[in-house]
Design a protein around this ligand. Structure first.
Ligand code: THU
Length: 165
């Protein structure tokens, strides 16, 4: 038997002032997006801001629906829109923030599994890792690759394409 040890490296910041100017702007955009969330059912508001290599910042927020599974998380709303509008521009970084009725969550919000899967595919698609900033009131976590968020991931390897006919 062999043991496989997986490690995840996370930079933790106590304040946004420790971040670059560009990252601070991204945080600000994520917070603005959070305030535009449509979350009447959970009252849990999430915002995401995606910085692209072409300089565009695309934001998204969670969009809920009375038929619950039809809703979409903030991260996927932003990433899918970014990839749909700018399919050739890799992601440089994404900032994610969440609040409830009491305000911005104290601890950084961690993306759900489905969002991690989409975040990973975006990294693989552009063959470029990007920074993930998880923002809380008391601390900010910076993760350098989606692979760190989703070890042992399904990456489509072995999917057999239909032969051209
Ligand atoms: N949510 C997100 O937008 N992102 C996440 O990573 C986790 C959850 C949303 C989905 C739903 O609208 C609400 O938060 C409660 O789960």
């Amino acid at each position: 038997m062999k043991k496989l040890n997986l490690t995840t490296s996370i930079d933790v910041f106590e304040s946004s002032e420790e971040l670059s100017q560009q990252e601070q702007i991204l945080l600000q955009k994520a917070e603005e997006a959070c305030n535009k969330a449509y979350a009447p059912y959970s009252e849990f508001y999430v915002g995401a801001a995606v910085l692209l290599e072409n300089g565009e910042i695309i934001t998204g927020s969670n969009q809920e629906n009375a038929a619950y599974p039809s809703g979409l998380c903030a991260e996927r709303t932003a990433i899918f829109y970014a990839n749909a509008q700018y399919p050739d521009s890799p992601v440089v970084s994404i900032a994610i923030i969440a609040r409830n009725k009491n305000g911005v969550l104290d601890n950084p919000v961690a993306p759900c599994g489905a969002c991690r899967q989409v975040m990973l595919e975006t990294e693989l698609r552009f063959k470029k890792a990007y920074d993930i900033l998880l923002v809380g009131h008391s601390s900010i976590q910076k993760i350098k690759s989606s692979k760190d968020l989703l070890p042992l991931s399904f990456v489509g390897e072995g999917l057999i394409k239909k032969a051209d006919s």
